[in-house]
Design a protein around this ligand. Structure first.
Ligand code: PLP
Length: 230
């Protein structure tokens, strides 16, 4: 079942890439495995998925212990508390959800101790919803300038979660806004800041996100089926 779903998702990624004149090989599919048990993650690996996204440290820690660190890549995509930062190391290849200077600095400090450089994305609150985490778009440039000198982190791009909407076209303006914001910041040419990656698009709207420039899409239920309600 996962293999069939993956075929469909890959076909839609290829189609969206073609539509927008992009190389489908440059679009990373992150299989979001929150609430998905390890036997189904194994099935997903066998189907060819190689990068998994988790949003809770405790859950991810348990799964990575069982599945191993090297069989695939792991991305952290959830809200992160500073006291959990230490659990990122030796587990995650990319943190999508850095939403402010203090968190960035905490990751940097732990990285230094471990002689590591942690790749991160800055999460932007693109819709301005109060319930959402992420840096205010108006404060993004200032944040990038502040985190740029921290050698323990490497900014690779931006991430956003637009408001839930059953109609994917309603997400499009948020995706294009994130891309424009990225383009504006990239023009500043800040040292040690790379803004190549745009992590945007979920099961409901990843084709639209790709049309608007996503390089990483975070897809859960379209691969694994609906999640149990929390
Ligand atoms: C759960 C989750 C996803 C995937 O959601 P689906 O709608 O199941 O694809 C993507 N990004 C984040 C941050 C999530 O928490």
């Amino acid at each position: 079942m996962i293999a069939e779903n993956l075929q469909i998702v890959n076909a839609k990624i290829a189609e969206a890439a073609r539509k927008s004149g992009r190389d489908p090989g440059r679009i990373g599919l992150i299989a979001v495995t929150k609430t998905v048990p390890v036997d189904r993650i194994r099935e997903a690996m066998q189907a060819g998925l190689a990068c998994f996204g988790e949003n809770k440290i405790q859950e991810a820690k348990a799964k990575i212990e069982i599945l191993g660190r090297t069989a695939c890549r792991w991305h952290f995509i959830g809200h992160l508390q500073k006291n959990k930062v230490k659990f990122l190391f030796d587990r995650f290849d990319l943190v999508h959800s850095v939403d402010g200077f203090e968190l960035a600095e905490a990751i940097h400090a732990q990285s230094l101790e471990r002689r590591w450089v942690m790749p991160i994305l800055i999460q932007v609150n693109i819709s301005g919803e109060r319930s959402k985490s992420g840096v205010d778009p108006a404060q993004l440039q200032e944040l990038l300038v502040r985190v740029a000198p921290l050698p323990g982190i490497q900014v690779r791009g931006l991430m956003a979660l637009p408001p839930m909407d059953p109609d994917p076209e309603r997400s499009r303006p948020y995706f294009s806004r994130l891309r424009e914001l990225r383009d504006g910041c990239a023009k500043m040419g800040i040292d040690n800041i790379r803004l190549d990656d745009l992590s945007m698009g979920m099961s409901n709207d990843y084709p639209v996100a790709i049309e608007e420039g996503a390089t990483l899409v975070r897809v859960g239920s379209a691969l694994f089926g609906p999640r149990p309600r929390p």
